[in-house]
Design a protein around this ligand. Structure first.
Ligand SMILES: Nc1nc2c(ncn2[C@@H]2O[C@H](COP(=O)(O)OP(=O)(O)OP(=O)(O)O)[C@@H](O)[C@H]2O)c(=O)[nH]1
Ligand SMILES: C[C@H](OP(=O)(O)O)C(=O)O
Length: 203
C-alpha cells in the first residue's frame, strides 16, 4: 500500500522548543521520520514522504509546500492510501500491521493520537478528505459518518503516542527502540522520577 508520511522539514517540532534548540529539533524530527519509514517498509508499505522541503531519507520524497491537510487531500481520491505522521517515535512494524488489519475491515482505518489528534489513517473511500489539527479524531469520525464511510479504530499505544511536547519524551525514553530514542539518550535525556509525575531531565 502507498503510505504518505507528512513531514514539516523546515521548522519541525516547535512545541519542543523548551528542551531542544532548532538544530536539535531538526535532527530529532528526522530520526523519528527515519524510524517511521523503516517500520512502514518492514511492514510491507511503500512509504512516500510528503515534505514541505527536500529531506534526505531512505524513501521517495515529494515536496509540497501547501499546508498539511491540503497537501494530503491532493493525494486522496479513488485509490487506497495510508497516512502515518512522522513523529511516532515508538512505532514498530507490528503496530503498522494492526493499522493494515483494521484497513481490511472498513473504508477508513483510523489510529487516534493522544489529545484528540489523528496519527494514522488508511483511506479507501473516494469522498473522504482529511482535516488535521484541533480535535481531528472527532472531526474525521464525523466526516466519515456524513459520507457513509465505515470506520475501524486502531487501539494502539505505539500509534497513539506522537511526540509533540516535552512530556511525550518520557514515553520515548521508556518504550522507544529506534533511532529517535537512541538520539535522545545520547543527547543526555533521562527519566526524572523525583517529582510527582515522571518527567525528563538532561544531564
Ligand atoms: N507536508 C506537511 N507536513 C506537515 C506540515 N505540518 C506538519 N506536518 C507533519 O504532520 C505531522 C503532524 O504535525 P505536528 O505534530 O504539528 O508536527 P510539527 O509541525 O513538526 O510540530 P509543531 O511545530 O510542534 O506543531 C508531522 O509528521 C509533521 O512533520 C505541513 O505543513 N506539510
Ligand atoms: C496532525 C495533527 O497532529 P497534532 O497537532 O495533534 O500532533 C492532528 O492529529 O490533527
Amino acid at each position: 500500500m502507498r503510505t504518505l508520511v507528512p513531514f514539516e522539514s523546515t521548522t519541525p517540532k516547535t512545541r519542543l522548543d523548551g528542551v531542544l534548540d532548532a538544530d536539535e529539533r531538526r535532527t530529532f524530527s528526522r530520526a523519528m521520520l527515519r524510524d517511521v519509514c523503516t517500520a512502514l517498509r518492514d511492514a510491507g508499505h511503500d512509504a512516500e514522504v510528503l515534505a514541505t522541503a527536500p529531506v534526505s531519507v531512505d524513501a521517495p520524497v515529494t515536496v509540497d509546500e501547501r499546508p498539511l491537510s491540503q497537501a494530503v487531500n491532493a493525494r486522496l481520491g479513488d485509490e487506497r492510501v495510508g497516512i502515518v505522521v512522522a513523529d511516532l517515535a515508538l512505532v514498530t512494524p507490528t503496530a503498522i500491521d494492526r493499522l493494515t488489519d483494521a484497513a481490511s475491515e472498513a473504508d477508513i482505518a483510523i489510529a487516534p493520537g493522544r489529545g484528540g489528534g489523528t496519527n494514522a489513517l488508511v483511506v479507501d473511500h473516494p469522498e473522504f478528505r482529511v482535516d488535521f489539527h484541533g480535535v481531528s479524531y472527532r472531526d474525521h469520525r464525523a466526516h466519515a459518518r456524513d459520507i457513509g464511510a465505515s470506520v475501524s479504530v486502531v487501539d494502539s499505544m505505539r500509534l497513539a503516542t506522537d511526540v509533540d511536547v516535552p512530556a511525550d519524551l518520557v514515553e520515548v525514553l521508556l518504550h522507544g527502540e529506534g533511532e529517535a530514542a537512541s538520539w535522545l539518550r545520547e543527547a543526555g535525556f533521562e527519566l526524572d522520577a523525583d517529582g510527582g509525575r515522571v518527567g525528563v531531565r538532561r544531564e
